[in-house]
Design a protein around this ligand. Sequence first.
Ligand SMILES: Nc1ncnc2c1ncn2[C@@H]1O[C@H](COP(=O)(O)OP(=O)(O)OP(=O)(O)O)[C@@H](O)[C@H]1O
Length: 303
Amino acid sequence: MLTTHNLTKRYGGRTAVDGLTMELPRGVVAGFIGPNGAGKTTTMAMLLGLVRPTAGEGTVLGRSLSHPERYVSRVGALLEGPALWPSLTGHENLQVLARLGGHDPRRVPEVLRLVGLADRGGDRFGTYSLGMKQRLGIAAALLGEPELLILDEPTNGLDPAGMSDMRDLISRLAAEDRSVLVSSHLLGELEQVCDWLLIIEQGRLAYAGPAGEFATRSGAELVLFPAEQADLERLATVVANEGLAAERAGDHLVVPLGERDPRLAAATVNRAAANAGLLLAELRIDRPTLESTYLRMIEGEPA
Ligand SMILES: Nc1ncnc2c1ncn2[C@@H]1O[C@H](COP(=O)(O)OP(=O)(O)OP(=O)(O)O)[C@@H](O)[C@H]1O
């Protein structure tokens, strides 16, 4: 679907993308993550043939990056907020874009329906909410029935309802056997829609692979609050006797579980505490999220 090999972009002395080698399988929703300035937009622009790589190579839909004209008609993109005509309706905007792009204008009602704007297509673009504008931008990107969709921060500035609509839309689009590459800083949002992750830092690849495997790289933890503060030390000893290491964190203990089954470990610790006459006010399993694992990774801790 998409590969890059040593893809590099330098602007003067600054390296924006630094020897990026990665692969994106067909049919996935891939989250593209990295700190501000990591090179996500530059990478997307190179994939779309908008920015010429300084070095390296790659393929999109089986065609070389050095000939974007051979594949761009099969790729849809939303890079910055869509710049459409405010005084035209959503429907009219798409008709103009279809004609300009050489696409069939009869697809307009279908793409409006896909993005959930079927009943607002007759309203002027200028009256749309930000979320509706973003979705119309995606409708425009869908006019050419793309096999790959590239979305740069499509949830930027959206309110929670707008984000939820965007999430549903991305899932719907992927269900139609289309690959989606979507960048965002909202990791909780990405976690809900992505099955693949590409993480870059300072232009270099930090992780590429299934989303599920990334979040489980750092194991779950048990969090234990004794009913009596004074029991904290004894509780730590009880936990240690079960072969687990307890770390004291203020008024509670944190127990990294590594490879151990979290629920089994919780039950074991619960029983051991009860047998020692210790009452637990709270016993909780904290499972790693995309965000917690990512933050650990960029802060340099072993994930
Ligand atoms: N046209 C340009 N000329 C010079 N430097 C640029 C240009 N475009 C990007 N850069 C630089 O390249 C680096 C990567 O920028 P890029 O926009 O690709 O990062 P990003 O990961 O998309 O960041 P953000 O999350 O903030 O959008 C940054 O240091 C940026 O300043």
